[in-house]
Design a protein around this ligand. Structure first.
Ligand code: ADP
Length: 594
């Protein structure tokens, strides 16, 4: 039996536990993967938006260039240049201040004594535009405007190309040595805040140097930590004049807002897209009224050199949704895994138990066959021996002949009882046995049975005691007599000479009223742990052949089958002071209850 359980542990339980562990691990990996994919998706959205914004800024740059070209034909360019500040503001809504500077560094517009904005602009930029002082600028690298090939017909500004050298020794026009820290720290970033350098890099350069041979461009400068964006164009007709404008950032933001507002409909309720300015404040949102810790977006990308330190950022509308969903998923999958493991474990345990039960049954059947053969053989031998003696005619004494005939009759009766027991059991197993429902008195059944059997018990050296009160039940008198007979027969078989057997009947008036019928003896009792097993078919608490007590292990099985057939129960309990106590509980008859 142990083998079956060891096999169950090695072949089923251990592999299924390992499988469960692997499943749990793969579930955790899957979750990390899903999280990563989500972070990647949101990062891609940010990147794409940043790219869209850059493309749009390039469009604005072209728009300015075209506007300048459209203002010039047929007019005196120098005259136009002088009033360019007023003109450009009129015809290009994004302009805040217009300026014109010659390639030699002479500022033609705006006028020094003009509006306050113009005066401020000149104060900040005149020396830079006049090429008398280099300045730190953020400017658009060529790679962002592949269509902007330098115009070959345009003379290059005389430049002393200022090249920064990056730490790895390679030449880089846009040095990153002074790249500022990013203003926001995306949650999906694995870096520490201190390591988040901006991808918008600055370089100290002169105006003429960055204009070079280009026909248009855009540059960003920071004054008092505020971005100032300048767009410039050099018309083909007047390559010596550079027309430019300081971009009105509020107006530009208004134009960028629709780009930010358009979010994939499937993600509309999941994320809020924001455009953060150089101070990390939201200037455009895809979700009106949304608020969050703007410094901690889920993912963010800098727009780039065209709009330095501005970022597109993704915020989760309900950050708990994903954790909740992940937790629910983990819970469901854990429950599924647990249920499967439990099902496997319970199923296999039941299987193992069934196998072990069948093995026990098979062993019991083998025992039964040898027991029954022995049981049949012993009386048959006696019958044959005494019959032969009588047939020979050698026994002449009448008393002896009578004694021999009595033995033959007794042994034949024992044989009949045994065969009946086996047949009864077989019938009960096939559920073929029908019981009559007669009004009975247990005291009466006891008296009738003992009348027949008392002598045999006393001959076996047992004192028979009867303590019965009249209790009425409905049942089959023969079947109930057989129950008593089986119990008495066991008392006789398992008690030593000089013992006693007692039969009691009474009415139990407790909360569960019943007719109680008991058979008690002073034998060895049933070994502890076998109290229920003795009612199983073929089960014998002792090895019958070795203990010398005959039996097939069916007497109690048949007795319980009969009692249960009468809606009652047969149980065993150790008798106080030693011995056995078998109790039959039967429903009281209706008549009794009246
Ligand atoms: P059998 O008596 O033919 O073995 P039973 O079904 O009548 O089969 O009994 C099953 C087992 O219960 C017996 O083998 C015996 O070990 C135990 N048993 C039954 N009655 C008694 C009793 N009165 N005292 C002790 N053991 C008993």
């Amino acid at each position: 039996m142990k083998k079956v359980y060891v096999l169950f542990i090695v072949a089923v339980l251990s592999p299924s536990l390992i499988l469960a562990w692997l499943a749990a691990r793969s579930m955790r990996d899957q979750q990390v993967l899903i999280e990563r994919q989500r972070a990647l998706l949101f990062q891609t959205i940010c990147d794409r938006k940043a790219n869209d914004l850059q493309q749009y800024l390039l469009t604005c740059q072209h728009e300015f260039s075209e506007k300048v070209s459209s203002l010039l034909p047929g007019v005196d360019a120098v005259e136009t240049a002088k009033s360019f500040d007023d003109m450009v503001r009129k015809y290009w809504p994004l302009a805040e201040v217009g300026f014109v500077v010659t390639t030699t560094g002479q500022i033609l517009s705006p006028r020094v004594y003009g509006r306050a904005e113009a005066r401020d602009f000149l104060a900040q930029n005149s020396r830079f535009l006049a090429n008398t002082q280099p300045a730190e600028v953020y400017l658009s690298p060529k790679r962002l405007s592949p269509n902007l090939e330098p115009n070959p017909s345009v003379p290059e500004m005389p430049t002393e190309v200022h090249k920064d050298t990056s730490s790895d020794g390679k030449s880089a026009f846009f040095a990153s040595k002074d790249a500022a820290l990013r203003k926001v720290v995306p949650q999906s970033s694995k870096n520490q805040p201190g390591e988040l350098y901006s991808k918008a890099t600055s370089s100290e350069t002169e105006f003429k140097q960055l204009v070079g041979a280009e026909s248009e461009g855009m540059l960003g400068r920071f004054f008092d930590n505020r971005l100032s964006l300048i767009v410039w164009a050099r018309p083909v007709t007047n390559p010596n004049l550079i027309f430019g404008a300081k971009v009105n950032l509020a107006a530009l933001t208004e134009r960028l807002a629709p780009l930010i507002a358009s979010v994939d409909p499937e993600l509309k309720n999941v994320i809020c897209l924001a455009l953060l300015d150089d101070l990390g404040r939201p200037v455009a949102l895809s979700h009106r009224g949304f608020s969050s810790n703007w410094k901690r977006p889920f993912a963010a990308t800098e727009v780039g050199e065209l709009l330095p330190h501005w970022e597109t950022a993704v915020y989760l509308i309900d950050p708990t949704t994903s954790t909740r969903a992940a937790r629910t998923l983990t819970l469901i999958l854990s429950l599924v895994i647990l249920t499967l493991v439990l099902a496997i474990a319970v199923g296999s345990w039941l299987l193992a138990r069934d196998i072990s039960r069948r093995l026990t049954l098979a062993r019991q059947k083998t025992d039964f066959v040898s027991n029954v053969s022995h049981e049949l053989k012993t009386p048959l031998t006696s019958i044959r021996m005494f019959a032969e003696l009588l047939a020979d005619g050698r026994v002449t004494a009448e008393s002896k002949r009578k004694a021999y005939l009595e033995v033959i009759t007794k042994e034949a009766a024992r044989l009949t009882r045994m065969v009946d027991e086996v047949l009864d059991f077989a019938r009960a197993e096939r559920k073929e046995r029908r019981y009559r429902r007669e009004e009975l008195d247990l005291a009466r059944v006891t008296a009738d049975t003992l009348a027949e059997y008392r002598e045999g018990l006393e001959a076996a050296g047992l004192a028979v005691k009867v303590d019965t009160e009249s209790v009425r039940v409905k049942g089959d008198p023969d079947a109930l007599a057989q129950v008593l007979l089986n119990l008495l027969s066991n008392a006789e078989k398992y008690s030593a000479r000089g013992g006693e057997v007692m039969v009691r009947s009474r009415k139990d008036n407790s909360s569960r009223p019943a007719a109680v019928w008991e058979v008690l003896d002073r034998g060895p009792g049933v070994p502890v742990g076998c109290e229920e097993k003795i009612f199983e078919q073929f089960y014998r608490a002792d090895d019958a052949l070795s203990s010398g007590v005959r039996g097939a292990g069916l007497g109690l099985t048949v007795a319980r089958q009969i009692v249960r057939g009468h809606n009652g129960e047969l149980t065993y309990a150790a008798r106080e002071g030693g011995g056995s106590c078998f109790t039959v509980r039967l429903p009281l008859s209706d008549e009794h209850e009246k």
